[in-house]
Design a protein around this ligand. Sequence first.
Ligand SMILES: *[C@@H]1O[C@H](CO)[C@@H](O)[C@H](O)[C@H]1NC(C)=O
Ligand SMILES: *[C@@H]1O[C@H](CO)[C@@H](O)[C@H](O)[C@H]1NC(C)=O
Ligand SMILES: *[C@@H]1O[C@H](CO)[C@@H](O)[C@H](O)[C@H]1NC(C)=O
Ligand SMILES: *[C@@H]1O[C@H](CO)[C@@H](O)[C@H](O)[C@H]1NC(C)=O
Ligand SMILES: *[C@@H]1O[C@H](CO)[C@@H](O)[C@H](O)[C@H]1NC(C)=O
Ligand SMILES: *[C@@H]1O[C@H](CO)[C@@H](O)[C@H](O)[C@H]1NC(C)=O
Ligand SMILES: *[C@@H]1O[C@H](CO)[C@@H](O)[C@H](O)[C@H]1NC(C)=O
Ligand SMILES: *[C@@H]1O[C@H](CO)[C@@H](O)[C@H](O)[C@H]1NC(C)=O
Ligand SMILES: *[C@@H]1O[C@H](CO)[C@@H](O)[C@H](O)[C@H]1NC(C)=O
Length: 387
Amino acid sequence: MQPQIQIFFLLFLFLVGFAAAGNLQNPDFESPPKNVSADSSNPFVTLNENNTIPGWTFQGTVSYVTAGPNISLPDNGHAIQLGEDGKINQTFNAGADFMNYILTFTLIPGGQNCSANANLLVSGSDTQGIYSFKQHYGKEAWQSYGLFLGLGGQEEPINLVFESQPVESVDNSTTCWPVIDSLLLKSVETLVQGKDNLLLNGGFEFGPEFLSNSTEGILLDSALSPVQSPLRHWAVVGTVKYIDSKHFFVPHGNAAVEIVSGVSAGIHTELTLTSGSSYNLEFTLGDANDACEGEFIVQVQAGSVVQNFTVRSNGTGLAQKSSLKFDAAGSRATPIGFLSYTTIQTKDGILCGPVIDDVVLLSSSGSRMVIKLNILISLLLFLILIL
Ligand SMILES: *[C@@H]1O[C@H](CO)[C@@H](O)[C@H](O)[C@H]1NC(C)=O
Ligand SMILES: *[C@@H]1O[C@H](CO)[C@@H](O)[C@H](O)[C@H]1NC(C)=O
Ligand SMILES: *[C@@H]1O[C@H](CO)[C@@H](O)[C@H](O)[C@H]1NC(C)=O
Ligand SMILES: *[C@@H]1O[C@H](CO)[C@@H](O)[C@H](O)[C@H]1NC(C)=O
Ligand SMILES: *[C@@H]1O[C@H](CO)[C@@H](O)[C@H](O)[C@H]1NC(C)=O
Ligand SMILES: *[C@@H]1O[C@H](CO)[C@@H](O)[C@H](O)[C@H]1NC(C)=O
Ligand SMILES: *[C@@H]1O[C@H](CO)[C@@H](O)[C@H](O)[C@H]1NC(C)=O
Ligand SMILES: *[C@@H]1O[C@H](CO)[C@@H](O)[C@H](O)[C@H]1NC(C)=O
Ligand SMILES: *[C@@H]1O[C@H](CO)[C@@H](O)[C@H](O)[C@H]1NC(C)=O
């Protein structure tokens, strides 16, 4: 092995070991509860005091779910249903260094022809989210969501809790209780501003982990604070879909954002800029190649400048670069935001919308080109020095 390769390999091992901190046990419920057979013919086995779910504690009415004709699951295996007062929790330890923990989970409707769908409450150390089936944003019956759980470090325990929340119903016998499956935990370090972009996470590469074989992306519900958002450093208004390049057309890198919930939904952030200086905001708008056809209007805000951009999409994957110049004013934080002004549905009736990616903010005096040249020159100097 060449020394460089060895170093790279060691670094890789280090990173893999590092990522192992904060793992969940039995995250897909494939290890069956004690006293329950994994190949049970009953799709919903209600657990009793003699059952324990490996890795988890449960309370109330909780059932072990097996995929079959009566319920379809993302992994065709097993899941957990939270019935009346149903609750499960698991504590994981944060690593030594402070990290932001983001959860991906899948919510599955727990039956058909329900008069009401009970809500699912998910909580971590700093935040919680309430989920229910109101709208479909994909082809499958189930939907995956991303939730920011909190900032954790120094090996401190973080308790992840899922519980059902009843809703008013005329007939409780046809209340469908939520089913959960396919949990993934991701830790993201605190991001620092780089020279090639004043915005943090402008390419949207830092967000919830994608389920490797799901073609549906991950839904992000409203997150009012950019700090407590699963899309790191961006607040979410309405519902957006976090999409991966493996299953969607993504203009840049591995991930992008599709604004799916229609008018006045979007993302925004803010940062402190030098008052009186000129800045340039570059961004890419397009479509995700998910049959979303139509004319998207996206309102882009950069400081006090607000402008509409129109994208004509035939739904087959499009990336259109645009930019906006503005002057930073006052000492207040400068808002940067993208808001959709259109509701579009595919021919199958699935809500969809414009894709946003590769948002770069630079001072007008230092354009991206200059910085790229600088990096090249530094690299050349470095090579000359080591040779
Ligand atoms: C739990 O196990 C005990 C001992 O085997 C048994 O007596 C009891 O009936 C079981 N409880 C349920 C709810 O099955
Ligand atoms: C279930 O577990 C309890 C306690 O762990 C045990 O006493 C009981 O015999 C088990 N029942 C079955 C049906 O396996
Ligand atoms: C599946 O659902 C149908 C309709 O509700 C029911 O009649 C049937 O018993 C269920 N199958 C199983 C294995 O529970
Ligand atoms: C996803 O992958 C799992 C195993 O990795 C497999 O069992 C399952 O069928 C896959 N699901 C889909 C929707 O392809
Ligand atoms: C679940 O939470 C309770 C406290 O609410 C805690 O005692 C228990 O250890 C937790 N279970 C797991 C598996 O972490
Ligand atoms: C739900 O309703 C449809 C259409 O009325 C029916 O075919 C199906 O069997 C029902 N499912 C259940 C589980 O009752
Ligand atoms: C349905 O369940 C809820 C919560 O458990 C309860 O408040 C309500 O009274 C029930 N409704 C009926 C009609 O039983
Ligand atoms: C952008 O378009 C929407 C919808 O047509 C409109 O309500 C909004 O005022 C426009 N914004 C600007 C800055 O023109
Ligand atoms: C969609 O647009 C692209 C480029 O804008 C074009 O190459 C392609 O032929 C169009 N497809 C359809 C079905 O119109």
